[in-house]
Design a protein around this ligand. Structure first.
Ligand code: IPE
Ligand code: IPE
Ligand code: MG
Length: 255
């Protein structure tokens, strides 16, 4: 109970302070893109790019934690990535196991709380088990939230929410006239999380690729040509400094 209250206090405090000072975005989301191109430039197989992407993830978690970021959401595998050749899909879906096997202890020691958004049931058992273990082990941690988007797709997420709500309406549990933004938000994978403050996409692509379409409505977007495996502390600092200079109005006007 005490732990819960402490966490509540800490998170609320961080969110509030962030809103006041905007020194560091509270929730940062990253589309970890460009692994294949990083490898191609070096005449390496795409899988080498994905391995190098893990190294970039490890250092980004460390830096984000040091900078006081509250939530780091990383897009690791999309519902559309199943379209890739099976060997690449298999390789990508083994990476969470590999990463958590080597890093879970450190994450836990650093008070990081691992969570996941996405269609868990569509993942192979070995991926599911690795993620469930990490979520279980770190469940009571009160530090940075490391949120993996795995088998995640925003449109599929919205479809699932609409189906659940429609069924609740049919069952008389929901009054359609009372469905509002909060109702929808509560039915998304991100129900427990505030919307991202900053979205980072490396690799030079200027698109969202079906990532958090609802949740990014008022998020500040930052793009860089650097491929994900080359992403380092300087890029993260550059993104945060750009974020600090943005004027977030949420449709209002600056008084
Ligand atoms: C990101 O790198 C990894 C995933 C999408 C899982 P890519 O594999 O998309 O790399 P590019 O975009 O082909 O360079
Ligand atoms: C987005 O990258 C998905 C992840 C990084 C997990 P993609 O490489 O799949 O995106 P597109 O196909 O270039 O839009
Ligand atoms: Mg890509």
């Amino acid at each position: 109970m005490l732990r819960f209250l402490r966490r509540l206090f800490r998170n609320e405090g961080a969110t509030h302070a962030n809103k006041e000072t905007r020194s560091v975005p509270y929730h940062v989301a990253i589309i970890m893109d460009g692994n294949g191109r990083w490898a191609a430039k070096r005449k390496l197989p795409r899988t080498a790019g994905h391995q190098a992407g893990i190294v970039a993830l490890r250092r980004t978690i460390k830096h984000a934690n040091e900078m006081g970021i509250g939530i780091l959401t990383v897009y690791a595998f999309s519902t559309e990535n199943w379209r890739r050749p099976k060997p690449e899909v298999d390789f990508l879906l083994r990476l969470p196991n590999e990463f958590l096997k080597s890093d879970l202890n450190d994450l836990h020691k650093n008070n990081v709380k691992v969570t996941m958004i996405g269609f868990m049931e569509g993942l192979p058992a070995h991926t599911r088990n690795a993620v469930s273990e990490a979520v279980g082990v770190t469940a009571k941690n009160t530090g940075m939230v490391l949120n993996f988007a795995l088998n995640y797709g925003s449109r599929a997420e919205i479809i699932a929410a609409v189906r659940t709500l429609a069924q609740k309406a049919v069952d008389g549990q929901v009054n359609p006239a009372q469905i509002d933004e909060q109702t929808i938000a509560n039915h998304l994978f991100t129900a427990a999380l505030p919307d991202p403050d900053l979205l980072i996409r490396p690799s030079g692509e200027i698109r969202l690729s079906n990532f958090l379409l609802w949740q990014l409505a008022y998020t500040e977007l930052w793009f860089t040509d650097v491929n994900w495996p080359d992403f380092n502390r300087e890029h993260l600092e550059e993104a945060i400094s750009a974020y600090r200079n943005r004027d977030r109005r949420f449709g209002g006007i600056k008084l």
